[in-house]
Ligand binder design. Structure first.
Ligand SMILES: [Zn+2]
Length: 382
């Protein structure tokens, strides 16, 4: 899918980008602000196709020509995704990879779209190095900076970009996506559409039976802490990190298979062009880290959605506004033993754990700390 018309859940962003292309007023740098994974890739591909498709019309690529097809798969010289190699984008990456890539001639196509994933994770020196190319943009290059937190970017970077906001998906888009993914039962569609919290990635994961089962385990965590007390923090943290690691196994297997195949193609691990094998292994490690992080995010999303529902029930909200529609009984039980102050404190603790993981904190230690805080702040006798 490489057409703006195929981008789901972001009508406002689509309109801004499509009309900019149609009017031939495409800024050389865009700042796409919003939570990750809500359509950034699809928007980037649609924009790249609109700018490079030989049959583009009215700000839209044709969607069927070989150029559009390769762009849809991210396999065209006009597409590039710049991802952080570790926790952050570093100045070396900006100087040694981004700038040469932006200034190099384009082998094919008219306009290169460089997508900076998690641009808000550039540190200050990386941003300063990046400013130079923003100030003197190469004519055939367009930057698409993606940021969840625009405040983490220097004003000088932000002011040189045109901003477009992306939002969590609405319920109608979620339900449509669930149906497209093959969920048929209307009750099930409603449950996963709400529990997905506006994130299509989370929706896709929730449809997998093992992740749905894990969600039920996560939502029951508070009850386990209520019964077992702070002593459960360590074993439960272990259990959760083991689950997150198990989610990485299929990706790790894929990566190992790819490395074996490439080793054979290059005639052994010494036959590779200089530096390439290291680069491939780095990419694999990054993928595995991302997968583990996504699994840990599931745990935190489940916990915070449950706490959020408790606050809502306490404030008198009905089932029409619940995220965890399938847990009404448990919510009614827990709301009787917790007060709003405790719940808000608990939500803070989850947010704190998420930040610590973003900064590459040790998952097991951070989860253990979170569970201890929850056990004590929610259930210890005062
Ligand atoms: Zn086309």
């Amino acid at each position: 899918m490489s057409r703006f018309g195929d981008v789901r859940g972001q009508p406002a962003a689509v309109e801004v980008l499509r009309s900019a292309v149609a009017a031939d007023e495409v800024a050389h740098a865009w700042l796409v602000v919003g939570p990750p994974g809500v359509g950034q890739v699809e928007l980037a591909r649609a924009l790249t196709a609109a700018l490079n498709c030989p049959d583009a019309a009215q700000g839209e690529g044709c969607g069927v020509c070989p150029t559009c097809e390769r762009i849809a798969r991210g396999r065209h010289p006009a597409c590039a995704d710049l991802e952080p190699e570790g926790a952050n984008h570093l100045v070396d990456a900006v100087r040694e990879r981004w700038i040469p890539q932006a200034t190099r001639g384009l082998a094919e196509g008219r306009r290169r779209v460089l997508r900076v994933v998690a641009a808000d994770r550039m540190n200050e020196s990386a941003q300063n190095a990046f400013l130079k190319v923003l100030e003197e943009p190469p004519p055939s290059t367009l930057w698409l900076l993606e940021a969840d937190d625009a405040a983490a970017l220097l004003d000088t970077v932000v002011s040189r970009c045109r901003r477009v906001d992306v939002l969590p998906w609405d319920q109608a888009s979620m339900r449509a996506e669930a149906r497209d993914l093959g969920v048929e039962d209307p009750d099930h569609i409603e449950v996963v559409a709400r529990a997905a919290l506006g994130s299509p990635q989370r929706l896709r994961a929730l449809i997998a039976p093992d992740v749905e089962a894990a969600r039920r385990t996560h939502l029951a965590l508070l009850d386990r802490l209520a019964e077992g007390g702070p002593g459960l923090a360590l074993p439960v943290a272990k259990e959760l990190t083991t689950w997150a690691k198990s989610r990485v196994a299929p990706v790790a297997e894929d990566n190992a298979a790819e490395l074996t195949r490439l080793d054979e193609e290059f005639g052994g691990d010494r036959g590779w062009p200089a530096g390439l094998r290291t680069a491939v292994k780095k990419r694999h490690e990054r993928r595995e880290r991302q997968e583990e992080r996504a699994a840990l995010d599931h745990v935190l999303d489940d916990l915070s959605s449950y706490l959020r529902d408790l606050v809502v029930v306490q404030a008198g909200g009905g089932s029409d506004v619940l995220v965890n529609l399938d847990h009404e009984l448990e919510l009614a039980r827990d709301v009787r033993r917790l007060d709003t102050g405790q719940l808000l404190e608990a939500l803070d603790a989850v947010a704190h754990c998420r930040q610590a993981l973003e900064r590459n904190g040790n998952p097991q230690l951070q989860l253990e700390r979170l569970l201890l805080v929850l056990a004590v702040s929610l259930f210890a006798r005062r």
